[in-house]
Design a protein around this ligand. Structure first.
Ligand code: LMR
Length: 347
């Protein structure tokens, strides 16, 4: 048989295997007999050696142990099962059971989640976590539940930095006419770059490396762990540590699917997630620092640390976006965050 035919057959076999394998084995409580194994597919788009990648693995291992092997979590990293544009549909139709998209990607279905894309609104990770434990978190999680999504946890990936291949990004005028990849579904991200005089281009995460190295786009924004693990820095000689916005993830399940899991499994899942989440937060700190050091030591990137004065300049050039925010994100949420005082942050 010619080689090409064998290859085609193999592709068909793998596709059929994935399609069949993606069918959920749990439909409702009655159908999960005692002792029957529950397979949960966890799909994400980043590398394994990242905060989300490592936490997904740890979650899988702990849950399997905690349930005496009754639950098996199969983790699919690096968009191997579904990419950005596909994960939410796959979750809803039961082809996958857990996803952890970054909050920006929820922007089309749940616009208020774009609050995390607003530049300089969160002062640090502590501010983010306080907000998520308070009224802001309640409102945001409420939106998801109303939309049929069960949020399991909020995971960190730290603050985003900006890189490009043309020139150092120090002042807003340096952005003029440059093209930047932005994450899917966020109006705030597009407006952010437009305000700075640049051209935003929406793109799935798995396409970014190719777009940067072929110069289809000039730059991108992301956390150090993603810039390093995806090797974006190889074609991005200028990087500004701007810490302008936070990248968080919502680990989620389809609400109906969650409700149909046996109660003891739901309890175990919740407990394990509670244990893994603070560990994930710590990993985000460690890995982002480690990866910044690695990028610096690669000698390939000129790293500029943004000064407080430059931060104010960037904020001023973003004024038009701040004015439009109530129309995009909703007035209540923005007012609430604006009211956070330094005292609140120390509590
Ligand atoms: C991106 O698309 O840049 C990120 O959301 C990827 C991720 O999940 O960290």
């Amino acid at each position: 048989m010619p080689k090409i035919t064998l290859l085609k057959l193999l592709c068909v076999f793998v596709s059929l295997f994935l399609l069949c394998g993606c069918k959920s084995r749990v439909v409702d409580n009655e159908q999960v007999k005692p002792g029957e194994k529950i397979v949960l597919k966890f799909s994400h788009v980043v590398a394994e050696d990242t905060p989300k990648g490592l936490a997904a693995r740890k979650f899988a291992e702990l849950l399997e142990k905690r349930t005496g092997g009754r639950v098996e979590v199969q983790v699919f990293p690096n968009s191997t099962l579904y990419s950005d544009g596909e994960e939410m549909t796959a979750l809803r139709n039961g082809s996958v059971h857990i996803i952890a998209p970054s909050t920006s990607k929820l922007g089309d279905l749940f616009p208020r989640w774009q609050i995390f894309d607003v530049p300089y609104i969160f002062k640090d990770s502590n501010h983010v976590h306080l907000a998520m434990r308070g009224e802001t978190g309640k409102a945001l999680y409420g939106d998801l539940e109303q939309g049929g999504i069960y949020p399991l946890a909020f995971w960190d990936n730290g603050f985003k930095q900006i890189s490009n291949r043309i020139r150092p990004l120090v002042h807003p005028s340096d952005f003029k006419d440059l093209t930047f990849r932005v994450m899917m579904n966020s109006t705030v991200l597009k407006e952010q770059f437009r305000c700075m005089g640049a051209i935003p281009i929406q793109m799935s995460f798995h396409e970014v490396y190719g777009a940067l190295s072929s110069h289809a786009v000039d730059g991108q924004e992301n956390t150090m762990s993603n810039i390093s693990s995806q090797k974006f820095y190889e074609s991005q000689p200028y990087l500004t540590v701007s810490n302008h916005a936070f990248m968080g993830y919502v680990v989620m399940m389809d609400k109906k699917f969650w409700q149909e899991l046996p109660p003891d499994i739901r309890t175990a899942l919740g407990e394990v997630m509670k244990e893994v989440t603070p560990w994930e937060t710590r990993q985000a700190e460690i890995i982002n620092q480690r990866d910044m050091k690695a990028i610096r030591e690669s000698g390939k990137v000129d790293i500029h640390m943004q000064t407080p004065g430059e931060r104010e300049e960037w904020k001023n050039s973003l004024r038009e976006l701040y004015i439009k925010l109530p129309g995009i994100v909703g007035p209540r949420l923005v007012d609430e965050l604006d009211d956070w005082s330094d005292n609140d942050l120390k509590q």
